[in-house]
Design a protein. Structure first.
Length: 72
């Protein structure tokens, strides 16, 4: 599965790992993705969202069904 945020499109970044002897090898920084149930288009959908989008409030998390039902 691709390491890409479904909200902002942020993906992995690439660079070099440099040792003390200055040996250079390729490395990759992945995005911190979290699986979240969010409100999308009037319904709930499971999305993979980066933590930056969660913190900024770009995503409205879905409330669990047992909290929205009226009590008897």
């Amino acid at each position: 599965m691709a390491a890409v945020c479904e909200m902002c499109g942020k993906g992995p970044q690439f660079g070099n790992r440099i040792s003390h002897a200055h040996n250079v090898t390729k490395r990759r920084w992945n995005v911190n993705l979290q699986s979240v149930k969010a409100k999308v288009g009037g319904g709930n959908k499971k999305l993979r969202i980066c933590t930056a989008c969660l913190k900024s409030g770009k995503v409205v998390k879905a409330t669990p069904a047992h909290l929205t039902r009226p009590r008897a």
